[in-house]
Design a protein around this ligand. Structure first.
Ligand SMILES: *[C@@H]1O[C@H](CO)[C@@H](O)[C@H](O)[C@H]1NC(C)=O
Ligand SMILES: *[C@@H]1O[C@H](CO)[C@@H](O)[C@H](O)[C@H]1NC(C)=O
Ligand SMILES: *[C@@H]1O[C@H](CO)[C@@H](O)[C@H](O)[C@H]1NC(C)=O
Ligand SMILES: *[C@@H]1O[C@H](CO)[C@@H](O)[C@H](O)[C@H]1NC(C)=O
Length: 525
């Protein structure tokens, strides 16, 4: 199975070899636009769709215009012809009628031929051609299907529920049609996960029998859908079910020899392999990561919740409401540390330069796009404008860290099922000497939540059973390093898939070298 697994053994192995680097990650994501990886990015797709619909509508108008012209002429011609046909000889005996008949038979039909040959909607066709490269590619579609699976598996949702708009217990006024559900079935079929393919194609098959069947040119071939359904059932050793489905397929498409042949083969399979039992459907195993994402960690008694105004002049003027979340690693939540208007400005600054987030691959020596991180990011230099200066100042006041030599502010927007698999923020200085030489490793992370997320999108630390659900205006800070400056494995964390919502975050990775005499609040061993 080529699916992404969140099992810690897998992710830790891969992700500790991949170092998350921000500074140098300016490059475009391998030429792909990665449509599904940011909600803000998908808005552009809606705008393009709007224009294409406008063109298709213009196309319909042109067709209609031509149709109206033809219809009105047919009417006139029919009237004249009827008059003539009732007294044919009498009609042509009149010289005016005779001349007119000769003239129109000589001239008009040539014009009709030319008019009929003239294509309609050439401009609109050209417009689609022009926009083709902006349309999602097959890679985009695969990524989107993988994201739907990620949501389904992480939150243990039922395919039938998802298809009808019931997401994690909440009913939305949205559902998937036969083309959507069939595309998901085909995706799983291609991934050789036939158990999942069966469930989605079953939904497609139901919709084909429903009242809202789509017409050509988009409609599905129902026999083909049943055929693929049967093939998936065969792969799961469900021969009797496959035979039933093939039977339906052959009644829909009676002359399809391939289907009849397949049906006979399955009948033979049933006779010759009576003791083969169906393969079971394997659900993804549930670990602390999934439990955290689902909000199933036991609630902790709050360690502290205080207004801290001791750090700096800033905090004496505007005391911070802080909540101590954990001691090992040291982790603090700050409430109301960024205002709605600051958030709007950050998003406004970020949108034009959002690019697919990458992960640094040490072996390849460059940033690469990976399935384990689906979001779009941009970096804002510290001195970009008064807002970035003010935010950096605030981070320093909040945490007591000196930000000289730290990384730029990173603004991120997640997309469809957007997530970031289990990883550490620290580099591990033993391996990544080049990246830590100058300013040291990432001693701490500050993560601002810029939006509420309607469902999903928690930040989960499975080893310490801590899950933080995004709340607009809050920020979380944690130490990545232990006292001896080694990476703290307890900081293993992930961004859970977003179910519904546009998740925006902004983070700051603080480097250790400036903090020699500044390591505030340190209590971990
Ligand atoms: C196609 O749509 C675009 C955007 O709405 C519009 O500018 C253009 O004129 C349309 N072209 C045709 C031929 O309808
Ligand atoms: C659901 O959406 C449809 C159109 O998409 C609309 O006609 C209908 O009123 C909506 N129902 C509710 C309960 O919002
Ligand atoms: C306030 O924060 C500073 C440094 O971050 C820390 O040393 C101090 O103990 C905090 N005060 C309270 C009351 O938590
Ligand atoms: C850092 O890398 C070294 C060498 O591979 C390894 O032994 C050590 O466990 C790593 N440290 C952490 C905290 O992952």
């Amino acid at each position: 199975m080529a699916k992404e697994m969140h099992s810690p053994a897998w992710t830790i192995r891969i992700l500790s070899a991949l170092l998350v680097v921000g500074m140098a990650s300016g490059q475009e994501a391998d030429g792909e636009q990665s449509h599904s990886t940011s909600v803000a990015g998908m808005v552009q797709l809606l705008q393009l769709e709007d224009k294409l619909i406008e063109n298709l509508s213009n196309y319909a108008n042109e067709l209609e215009g031509k149709l109206n012209i033809v219809r009105s002429f047919v009417e006139q011609m029919r009237a004249e012809s009827n008059k003539a046909m009732s007294h044919t000889e009498h009609y042509v005996s009149n010289p005016l009628n005779a001349f007119s008949l000769i003239r129109r038979m000589h001239e008009d039909w040539t014009h009709w031929q030319l008019y009929m040959e003239q294509p309609v909607g050439k401009q609109q066709l050209e417009y689609i051609n022009l926009k083709r490269e902006q349309l999602p590619s097959s890679t985009d579609l695969e990524e989107a299907a993988a994201a739907i699976y990620r949501i389904q598996a992480t939150y243990d949702l039922k395919v039938s529920d998802m298809a009808s708009g019931l997401l994690n217990g909440k009913q939305y006024n949205v559902s998937l049609n036969e083309l959507d559900t069939y595309a998901l079935g085909k995706y799983h079929f291609d991934q050789q996960s036939f158990g999942d393919a069966i469930q989605w194609i079953y939904q497609a098959s139901n919709r084909l029998n429903g009242p809202h069947k789509l017409a050509l040119p988009l409609g599905l071939d129902p026999a083909e859908v049943q055929h693929v359904y049967a093939e998936a059932l065969i792969k799961m050793n469900r021969y009797a079910d496959a035979l039933k489905v093939l039977h339906i397929a052959t009644t829909i498409d009676k002359n399809n020899l391939r289907l009849l042949q397949r049906k006979m083969e399955v009948e033979t399979l049933i006779r010759t392999s009576s003791n083969i039992s169906p393969k079971p459907y394997h659900k993804k195993p549930v670990g602390n990561y999934e439990r955290g994402c689902r909000g199933q960690f036991p609630t902790k008694s709050k360690l502290h919740c205080v207004y801290n105004s001791t750090n700096s002049p800033f905090l004496r003027l505007a005391p911070l409401k802080t909540e101590l979340l954990a001691l090992d690693p040291y982790m603090v939540l700050y409430h109301d540390v960024i205002t709605p208007s600051e958030i709007r400005e950050l998003q406004y600054l970020a949108v034009p330069t959002l690019k697919r987030a990458t992960v640094f691959n040490q072996k390849m020596g460059r940033n690469t796009v990976v399935k384990t991180r689906t979001s779009k990011v941009t970096w804002l230099t510290d001195s970009l404008n008064p807002l970035t200066v003010r935010l950096n100042r605030r981070i320093s006041d909040m945490t007591g860290f000196d930000l000289y030599g730290s990384e730029m502010l990173q603004v991120m927007n997640y997309g469809l099922g957007g997530h970031y698999d289990l990883h550490f923020d620290y580099f591990n200085a033993t391996i990544a000497k080049d990246l830590t030489k100058l300013n040291g490793d990432r001693i701490a992370t500050v993560l601002f939540y810029l939006t509420d997320v309607e469902q999903g999108g928690a930040t989960v630390f499975p080893n310490i059973k801590q899950a933080i659900f995004p709340k607009k205006g809050t920020a979380v800070m944690w130490y990545n390093l232990r006292h001896n400056n080694d990476g703290d494995p307890q900081t293993l964390h992930a961004a859970c898939p977003v179910i519904v919502g546009s998740k925006w975050v902004c983070n700051k990775w603080i480097r250790e070298h400036q903090q020699l005499f500044r390591r505030p609040c340190l209590t971990s061993p």
